[in-house]
Design a binder for this molecule. Structure first.
Ligand SMILES: [Zn+2]
Length: 439
């Protein structure tokens, strides 16, 4: 299939080029450049009406659920949320039911996903119950391994021997170890801290845990990636080790753009781990993002059934994928972030960290994962617009711009005019290091 997109602005080599065309030979980008006309051989011709065509975002922290957790989200609703959010590839977390921690479970999950996904998905795995890493998992195609630190805490202290076991088996593999540096927090406690305007203790713990992990890991060759870091001091601690070991970190859109006043306003709907912090902390995270101290931006899309968000002990997390590009592009429109920063932190850098080949940039021979963005169209966020099974959002009421009006995944249009047109199966399972056969 040859698909010609005309009358677009193209984001290539860190700048926008006006009056361009782009030719897709599914699943790859075949050609692009200034449009002088004279195109003859194509099956479909689309007019982008002068809108910007960006590389699709890669969200490196997503919980797609499905299987026994499909009442919260499934591969189809999760990846539909992604493509409406300008995201063409996601990395799925392993705390599923069954957990993604054995070759059988990983293969089963990959197989189930194949016919349902509208976006590309890379699968992470957990270490086994005895804290070892099954090397077979990386041969099958696990994109990374993930440790949930609360499973490694004994009486409030880090169980270093288990972590050492994981780090030593990982040093044989070229795979990232994703980990948290926050402890689990109870909603009632978090609300008390928010009302007292006192999140310092949580930030101190985050920084100290990051430092402990980095100290232990320096003797091993493992590559580390810290998930949803929410405090500036922890970011500084991680950045200090960057010259000495391979380490990266992510910040979520909600920690950048929201603060605990949302928690006070919306209650348990806005409960998340790590919890939302103060406005000044969010401002500092923003500055660190602009300065280059943050490697990537993610959503930590974590939908739960609405009944699980209620009661005394609500589950942490909310669905954010559908809002990823609009929340960030609204900051670009306001002049608070540059387009280059947003593109780098959501496409090029995640592809680099997770060794995702031929995605994350507009280049000939790369997969045609593209998003047509409308900066004039406005979107008022309401829970009813979410295609996720989780119909609630801490961004309720926000007015956003930079709407993904068309999304192409592997050269196939899956979102047209902010409406899902993909049926599932357009996305591919991402195997790290894999290149397109067509090249
Ligand atoms: Zn998560």
């Amino acid at each position: 299939m040859r698909l010609l997109i005309r009358n677009c602005k193209l984001y290539v080599n860190d700048r926008i080029v006006e009056n361009c065309f782009l030719l897709i030979e599914t699943p790859l980008i075949a050609d692009f450049g200034i449009d002088h006309g004279g195109h003859s051989s194509y099956d479909i011709n689309l007019n982008a009406r002068g809108r910007i065509l960006l590389p699709g975002m890669i969200d490196a922290h997503v919980h797609l659920r499905d299987q026994l957790l499909s009442y919260k989200e499934d591969f189809k609703t999760g990846t539909a949320s992604a493509v409406l959010g300008g995201v063409t590839s996601v990395i799925d977390m392993p705390n599923n039911d069954p957990p993604t921690n054995t070759p059988t479970n990983l293969l089963e999950r990959m197989e189930l996903a194949k016919s349902k996904i509208l976006a590309n998905v890379g699968f992470t795995c957990k270490p086994s119950v005895n804290h070892s890493i099954n090397l077979e998992l990386s041969k099958i195609g696990a994109i990374a391994f993930k440790v949930f630190l609360y499973e490694y805490m004994v009486d409030g202290f880090l169980d270093t021997s288990s972590l050492v076991k994981i780090l030593s088996s990982l040093s044989k593999l070229d795979r990232v170890l994703m980990l948290h540096c926050n402890i689990k927090s109870k909603f009632s406690e978090v609300l008390k801290l928010a009302r007292r305007r006192s999140m310092f203790k949580l930030c101190r713990i985050e920084k100290e845990l990051a430092e402990s992990i980095l100290r232990i890991a320096q003797a091993y060759k493992a590559r580390l990636h810290f998930c949803h870091v929410s405090c500036p001091k922890a970011i500084e601690a991680i950045n200090k080790r960057k010259g000495f070991m391979e380490v990266s970190l992510e910040v979520t859109i909600h920690h950048l753009l929201l603060n605990y006043s949302t928690l006070e306003l919306l209650g348990s709907i806005a409960h998340v781990d790590p919890p939302l912090k103060s406005k000044s902390t969010a401002t500092s995270l923003f500055k660190l993002l602009k300065s280059g101290a943050v490697d990537i931006v993610v959503t930590d899309h974590a939908p739960h059934a609405i009944f699980e968000k209620e009661g005394d002990d609500p589950k942490p997390g909310f669905p954010n994928l559908q809002l990823m590009m609009p929340t960030l592009m609204t900051q670009v429109k306001k002049g608070r972030l540059s387009l280059n920063t947003v593109v780098e932190k959501t496409t090029i850098k995640p592809a680099e960290i997770f060794r995702i080949k031929k995605r994350g940039m507009i280049r000939k021979g790369y997969y045609a994962d593209l998003v047509e963005v409308d900066f004039k169209r406005k979107l008022k966020v309401k829970s009813q617009i979410l295609v996720s099974k989780g119909k609630y959002t801490p961004f309720e009421g926000a007015i956003l711009v930079g709407i993904p009006v068309r999304t192409y995944v592997n050269g196939i249009c899956v979102n047209d005019d902010y409406t899902i047109v993909g049926r599932g199966g357009e996305g591919k399972v991402i195997i790290p290091g894999d290149e397109p056969h067509e090249c």
